[in-house]
Design a binder for this molecule. Structure first.
Ligand SMILES: NC(=O)c1ccc[n+]([C@@H]2O[C@H](COP(=O)([O-])OP(=O)(O)OC[C@H]3O[C@@H](n4cnc5c(N)ncnc54)[C@H](OP(=O)(O)O)[C@@H]3O)[C@@H](O)[C@H]2O)c1
Length: 249
């Protein structure tokens, strides 16, 4: 069966790898983006198979999120999987940030990483139900557990996303919708580029006994499995993809 899959933030990085993994598995993908229209078009054009589409929305705009989800479901013909991947990683160290900047970063981070994912979920549920059930996978972060001293809004947004996913796993199971989460450590994408290429880069790679950070494809493989029929009973789980750089009990 060819599933319809909406991947938010698929213009690059992890979202792009997730879109590629689903397309290779034979699914049709809605490649969502916010500002990178050209890159999103290139991603969709290069995907394996046919029937992929591109949808746009700023996840901080609730009306735009609803339009994008409905458009994806309509143009794909059905919606079976939502991957809440889009996110921002904005620095605001508490000891060197103005109060105005502090508030701006909290608002922007929560609007995209948390409320954006919550709204996309709300809008996707009727479509997933109409398809007889499906899967929602949230892309969280190791920072939810390990702390983010220079990006506290980011760490809090991801901890909240974990809790949201677990609540939804309980709420949506009667609709045959599973909800699961991946929590990557550092991944080799634009989001982490400046840090990984900077003075802290080597120390970050050495946080893992493998001596490196994750590749986007490694996160995508976990997302693909969580969205497979075999993984329905993993609903509610949070899978670490951090190269043993942070082990929680
Ligand atoms: N990279 C890491 O080290 C790492 C580690 C742990 C978790 N993660 C998580 O993995 C996810 C993907 O990260 P990534 O590294 O692939 O990031 P990335 O390369 O920076 O890509 C971010 C994606 O999110 C989209 N996006 C950003 N703000 C948006 C908004 N307001 N509305 C809609 N879309 C928006 C971007 O769209 P446009 O390009 O169109 O603007 C882009 O497609 C994020 O949730 C991130 O927190 C990343």
């Amino acid at each position: 069966m060819t599933r319809g899959v909406l991947v938010t933030g698929a213009s690059r990085g992890i979202g792009r790898a997730v879109a590629e993994a689903f397309a290779k598995a034979g699914d049709r993908v809605a490649v969502h983006y916010n500002s990178a229209a050209r890159q999103a078009g290139e991603v969709a054009g290069a995907l394996h198979g046919d029937g992929h589409v591109v949808v746009q929305a700023d996840l901080a705009d609730a009306a735009a999120v609803r339009r994008a989800v409905d458009t994806a479901a309509e143009r794909l013909g059905r919606l079976d999987v939502l991957v809440n991947n889009a996110g921002v990683y904005l620095a605001h160290p508490p000891l060197s940030t103005s109060y105005e900047q502090w508030q701006e970063v909290w608002s922007a981070t929560l609007a995209t990483n948390l409320t954006g994912a919550a709204n996309a979920t709300f809008c996707a549920v009727p479509h997933l139900s109409a398809a007889g059930g499906g899967t929602i996978v949230n892309v969280s972060s190791r920072g939810a557990f390990r702390g983010e001293p220079d990006h506290p809004a980011y760490g809090a947004s991801k901890a909240a996303l974990n809790g949201f996913g677990q609540s939804m796993a309980l709420a949506l199971a009667p609709q045959h919708i599973s909800v699961a989460t991946v929590a990557p450590g550092f991944v080799d994408t634009d989001m982490a580029r400046e840090i990984l290429d900077g003075p802290q880069g080597e120390a970050i790679r050495q946080q893992s006994p493998f001596g490196r950070v994750a590749r986007p494809e490694e996160v995508a493989a976990a997302v693909l499995w969580l969205a497979s029929p075999e993984a329905v009973f993993a609903s509610g789980t949070i899978i670490d993809v951090n190269g043993a750089s942070y082990l929680r009990s």
